[in-house]
Design a protein around this ligand. Sequence first.
Ligand SMILES: [Zn+2]
Ligand SMILES: [Zn+2]
Length: 203
Amino acid sequence: MAGMNALTGTFRLSCPRHGEARVLLSSFRQIGRLAGTAHPAVYRVAFGCACGGEHAALLTQEDLDVAPLGLIAHEPFVNLMTSRGGDLRDELTAIAGMRIGAGEWPWSFFCYLEDRPRPVTPSSFTLIAAGSARVAVAVACPGCGSISINVCTRAHVDVPFVNDARIGVVPHVYAADALPTVEAFREQLGSSAFDERRLELEQ
Ligand SMILES: [Zn+2]
Ligand SMILES: [Zn+2]
């Protein structure tokens, strides 16, 4: 299975050509939960690789939702301020815990059906299409189950706790079983047919 470097925000996945690929979340293209998996839930991911190909990987829910926050990998490091060796996980756990406690959330999106922003985690992203500057993400709402398409910056997807202040929302409600095709989805990136919404989560 995969590894994750929370400092660089990259997943370490396998590439049949180069052995290992370092992949940002915004380079994922499809994320789908494997039927019948629960403890842990396992997701099949298709990602765009630096080699130019598209490969598949299997990730657990923890890999997708928790590892990017630095809460899993034990990467020993030297604290530059004190020159003491330490466990990076403890530092990152403390930081993530403080920010979530203060009402910040690592990822958020705008649910079109409910007309409100909501916190979310990457396992709820179902389709991702990255352009040069913007990324379109189809998100299955953890609250109501409908699927909304948001258009945002790469950092909004790739960097936990970085949330765009305003986000593009495609004015259409998708049912979970009626997603647009990957091609139609990619076209959303180039179109101007989306509304802008503020993305501040209510505290
Ligand atoms: Zn590759
Ligand atoms: Zn919703």
